[in-house]
Write a protein that binds this ligand. Structure first.
Ligand code: SAM
Length: 332
């Protein structure tokens, strides 16, 4: 085993709160005392976690799993692992609703640190945490960065904004507009944007629409875009997207017509010179088929993208399958 590589992977999984049951613990089988120190230093006591802590309950489960694994395999447990567990366990459980997740990118790119809700549904919305489809789509974006270069990107139902932030950090789009239909989600998005890009220069700040420039010449904006209202919005002179991104937005069939109207509207508005990349978690294939059928009735083509050989930057739980579709219509 290449311990350095294993620790790097464990660090990325820990900091992004990857499903503990899917972590490969077997590599700890022959671990020495010194190697346990390395794991403590690089993973559990990582500077990012000290500064912007991930969920306390996740840290406790992670440590508990390590302790159980060591006990089961008769490995002497490092004192500091116990100490860390006890210290965390005895800190008052403040349980604020938000905690950090950190997504480590390629070596030269600063990580994306997102404040997220600890629950999948909070304050009446699903948008306050990153969903598995956004991890897969973000990973795909890095592996296909040339598709984002010099593009103006619009993200629909962006939630915490992970895909847009990834495109901004790891690709060269000229502009990214990050949108969501919930004001609460948009507020958290704005906080995360400011925390992750220290070099923002504010150009516009209106209620529900902010625009910034970055030092490297890119532009980024956040915008309240409710799919039901697409026809009432005046996008003229605001934005001309030629790539649309969306992750985990097709789960509630009551929104399909308005979402398809939005996609249709943008394609028409851009004279069909648009490509959409949609990541969908296939919880129920009938729901996804229903959405694709509506798109098909409007003459859109949706092709599933093959993603097997992508290099892995993000770690997601694919116990429930996730697919990325490339959606086009008319002239390309
Ligand atoms: C399951 S979350 C996915 C968030 C993010 N894309 C991700 O994958 O982590 C669905 C997102 O769609 C947004 N959404 C749901 N219905 C919407 C609508 N009618 N108009 C605009 N956004 C909507 C929600 O606010 C939420 O942020």
């Amino acid at each position: 085993m290449d311990l350095e590589k294993y620790i790097d992977k464990l660090k990325a999984q820990f900091l992004s709160c990857f499903n503990i049951n899917l972590i490969n613990w077997e590599n700890l089988k022959d671990i020495t005392w010194d190697q346990q120190e390395l794991i403590l230093k690089n993973v559990i006591e990582n500077e990012l976690n000290k500064k912007f802590p991930i969920r306390r309950s996740y840290q406790l489960s992670f440590l508990k799993k390590i302790i159980e694994y060591f006990e089961l395999n008769n490995i002497e447990i490092h004192d500091r692992i116990y100490e860390r567990f006890c210290a965390l366990n005895s800190t008052p459980n403040k349980e604020e609703n938000l905690a950090y997740k950190h997504y480590l990118l390629a070596q030269n790119d600063a990580p994306i640190s997102l404040k997220e809700s600890k629950s999948f549904v909070a304050e009446g919305t699903t948008g306050l945490c990153s969903w598995q489809a956004s991890l897969l789509l973000s990973n795909w974006i890095i592996n296909n960065s040339e598709k984002m270069n010099n593009k103006t990107i619009l993200e629909l139902g962006a939630g915490t904004g992970l895909c847009s932030f990834t495109a901004l950090k790891c690709c060269n789009p000229s502009e990214v507009m990050i949108t969501d239909g919930s004001v609460k989600v948009l507020n958290l998005l704005e906080t995360n944007l400011i925390n992750n890009f220290s070099n923002l220069i504010e150009i516009k700040s209106e209620s529900n629409y902010s625009k910034y420039s970055l030092k490297d010449g890119k532009f980024v904006s956040t915008f309240l875009l409710q799919w039901e209202n697409i026809e009432k919005l005046n996008l003229d002179n605001i934005f001309y997207p030629n790539v649309i991104l969306a992750a985990d937005v097709i789960y509630d069939s009551s929104t399909f017509t308005s979402l398809c109207n939005t996609i249709d509207y943008i394609f028409k508005y851009m004279k069909y010179e648009v490509i959409m990349y949609l990541a969908a978690t296939i919880r129920n294939s009938e729901t996804v088929d229903e959405f694709l059928k509506i798109l098909g009735e409007r003459d859109f083509t949706a092709e599933k993208i093959a993603i097997e050989s992508d290099k892995q930057y993000f770690y997601w739980d694919n116990t429930t399958p996730i697919a990325i579709y490339c959606i086009t219509k008319g002239m390309q």
